[in-house]
Design a protein around this ligand. Structure first.
Ligand code: ATP
Ligand code: ZN
Length: 285
């Protein structure tokens, strides 16, 4: 029987969340101590642990069928692969930054400047698109210290909170692209492997959907039920069960995490009490 080979980062910012996603999809791993390969006893999958930069090429070559990488790596490598699914973690942006003591006047500032980066292709394309002629200085790590040691005037690098820039006396002046972790796939998967991938995606989506929702249970006066159902319509319709106390019911429903606080306020206005909100582990809609 065929096995789907998935490449994940061996150690770094993507590793733990990539593995957690696989484990939450109910896939048990025999040796998750990150030797080169790990197999599963209950799902036809094999995990290859690699450097993230190498993953797009391994997928393009068919050594791995799918992989988990940041979008920034895909666009830098430009390998012939497809993006199968966005995963919503490792969110960051690729930005241009200059010394905070310089007043930024716009993109033309970069004309004739020297920019240090680990992403020369993405930067090169951006400069070309904006008709800027600058010198790209490629370095593989610690890009943020380049201006301080006189290696470059400015940098193009990954930013998330911006605190690394601040502690190096830099200011972010242009956001060039946003990135998050994605599943990439080989362009030519066999029918059998595509079936395994579809099964895996179904499970991953159930985990993701569950994360974005909460299960809510509350008590309310019976005469408020129709109002409350409008506020928390649930997946099909809420469950309403009578309480032992006359004139009261318990309502069970599901709500979106990002609507949570607004909805709780409205529920209280309708006389809801004893509101319990619980995480959902898996959710199939
Ligand atoms: P490797 O040793 O595998 O080459 P790396 O040093 O290139 O690792 P990491 O720093 O582990 O890579 O980052 C992996 C990915 O995580 C990046 O490509 C990017 O998509 C994302 N990422 C990097 N820095 C951050 C950050 N500060 N916040 C959120 N996501 C980030
Ligand atoms: Zn890397």
């Amino acid at each position: 029987m065929s096995q789907l080979k998935i490449a994940v980062q061996k150690s770094g910012r993507l590793s733990e969340k990539s593995l957690a996603l696989i484990v939450e999809a109910g896939i048990s791993l025999n040796n998750s101590d990150r030797r080169l390969i790990s197999r599963s006893s209950n799902f036809p999958i094999e995990i290859l642990f690699l450097r993230d930069d190498d993953i797009p090429q391994y997928v393009a070559d068919g050594v791995a069928d799918i992989g988990i990488v940041g979008e920034n790596v895909i666009y830098e490598k430009n390998s012939p692969i497809r993006v199968v699914e966005k995963l919503g973690f490792a969110r960051c942006r690729l930005s241009l930054a200059i010394s905070k003591s310089v007043e930024y006047t716009g993109i033309n500032y970069f004309n004739g400047k020297k920019i240090a980066t680990s992403y020369p292709k993405i930067l090169g394309k951006y400069l070309l698109d904006n008709n800027i002629k600058a010198e790209i200085h490629e370095i593989s790590g610690s890009v943020e210290i380049a201006p301080g040691i006189g290696l470059a005037d400015s940098i193009f690098d990954i930013v998330s909170s911006g605190s690394t820039l601040i502690s190096n006396g830099l200011q972010e002046v242009e956001i060039v692209m946003k990135s998050e972790a994605v599943i990439i796939g080989d362009l030519n998967l066999s029918v059998e492997k595509q079936k395994i991938l579809d099964k895996l995606l179904f499970r991953i989506r159930s985990v993701q959907t569950a994360r974005n929702h909460k299960y809510v249970v509350l008590n309310a006066p019976s005469n408020q039920v129709s109002k409350i159902i409008e506020i928390i319509p649930g997946m099909k319709s809420p469950t309403v069960v009578p309480l032992a106390k006359e004139g009261w019911v318990s309502i069970h429903s599901v709500l979106k995490e990002n609507e949570f606080w607004d909805i709780i306020d409205k529920l209280q206005e309708c006389g809801a009490e004893g509101i319990l909100v619980m995480p959902i582990e898996k959710m199939v809609v």
